[in-house]
Design a protein around this ligand. Structure first.
Ligand code: UDP
Length: 364
């Protein structure tokens, strides 16, 4: 495993460490410079992973809200045609420290939204190194680039997988974080780095702990080259691309024996990121609807929306899956003014189904 050392830095080397004599006037002008684009409705935002599922929808929402967007993506998981044509697109690797620093230096963003990551619980249980390398070590290059180039806000895609099996649901942000898979652990490690960078460099951050993102906008939807997620896998049956779907585990301590998750519409998720850009907003926020649906209930909803009977095969549990994850998102509602537009599973599945019907091969 690679070790990272943080050299001691002085204010001469590092633009974000202030000289003791630096006066308040400078800080005032900095604030004004940062606040102006927000008040006038336009910020310069650098988005990693903007070609991926959640990133592509968030980029669309950012542009629709009047922001200027640069997308940085290696296109391993993402798709070039999922990148809104109004952006500046850079294909690059976060692991390339010089490359990411150059990209941030040239874009000069006021805010960075960091979606790029590996995000599969099951894969992280068989290839943990991929998760620690890409989500932690490569992410650190971006964090350093943010600080070195004076970005004022860092918005991070974290996950409810940082909690592990919760002591109680709905889950509030103050629950202990005890991840049971390397994916959750890697995101928790990044959350902790954010706290240190906030303390040491005054980098303002918002970390969203996503519950289960689902659904689609009119234009952009969910297409993973290898699909492991429940809703797109189930919808393969009515699309005529599979004859049955699989249920991973029917012996969980839940009413019907299958795992319970809180599904949140990708457009609602994106809206929270835009609210997070406002100066002064910071901290950790859960994003979910507060309703838990079992795997069997999701399949039933897909049947109702598509008007198709969906045969199932019951499989053993998937390693790393907690039985029940349901959000309390009051903090995001109260502090960010976040209000989901598509809170019901039926609405979420309907938008996913509409997108898949129009794009049966996804972005291929
Ligand atoms: N799941 C399933 N069949 C599938 C895909 C997922 O039973 O084809 C289950 C999975 O074990 C979990 C839930 O559905 O309990 C949601 O899984 P998903 O991969 O969509 O999201 P995750 O909760 O892992 O982020």
């Amino acid at each position: 495993m690679r070790a990272f050392a943080f050299p001691e830095r002085t204010h001469e080397e590092h633009p974000r460490i202030r000289k003791p004599c630096e006066d308040i006037t400078l800080e005032f002008w900095h604030c004004l410079l940062f606040a102006a684009p927000v008040f006038f409705g336009s910020m310069n935002v650098f988005v990693t992973g903007g070609a991926g599922y959640i990133g592509s929808v968030c980029v669309e929402e950012l542009l629709n809200s009047g922001h200027k967007v640069t997308v940085f993506d290696n296109l391993t998981e993402g798709h070039r045609s999922a990148v809104d044509s109004r952006t500046t697109f850079i294909q690059g690797e976060l692991s390339d420290e010089a490359g990411i620093k150059r990209a941030v230096r040239e874009a000069k963003p006021e805010a960075i939204i960091h979606f790029a990551a590996n995000a599969l619980v099951g894969e992280s249980m068989t290839n943990p190194g991929k998760y620690f390398r890409n989500n932690v070590a490569s992410g650190l290059n971006l964090l350093e680039a943010a600080v070195e180039n004076g970005a004022k806000k860092f918005v991070f895609s974290s996950t409810c997988a940082t909690y592990g099996p919760p002591d109680r649901v709905p889950m509030t942000e103050d629950l202990p974080q005890r991840p049971i898979n390397p994916y959750g652990e890697s995101k928790l490690m990044f959350e902790k780095m954010l706290l240190w960078y906030q303390q040491i460099y005054k980098l303002e951050f918002v970390a969203f702990r996503y519950f289960n993102a689902a659904g689609a906008s009119e234009q952009f939807g969910e297409h993973h080259r290898i699909e492991t997620h429940l809703i797109p896998n189930v919808l393969k049956v009515p699309l005529g691309q599979a004859t049955q779907c699989e249920i991973y585990g029917t012996d969980y301590p839940t009413p019907d024996g299958t795992c319970i998750r809180d599904y949140i519409h990708v457009v609602d998720l994106s809206a929270a990121h835009i609210l997070a850009l406002a100066p002064g907003k910071q901290g950790f926020f859960n994003l979910g609807n507060g309703d838990g649906y079992s795997v069997r209930e999701v399949i039933k909803t897909c049947e109702a929306v598509t008007g198709t009977k969906i045969p199932v095969i019951e499989q053993p549990r998937r390693p790393g899956d907690p039985p029940k994850l349901v959000a309390a998102a009051d903090k995001a509602k109260n502090e960010l003014g976040w209000k989901p537009k598509f809170p019901k599973l039926q609405q979420i599945v309907e938008t996913a189904w509409n997108w898949h019907k129009k794009h049966p091969k996804g972005y291929a």
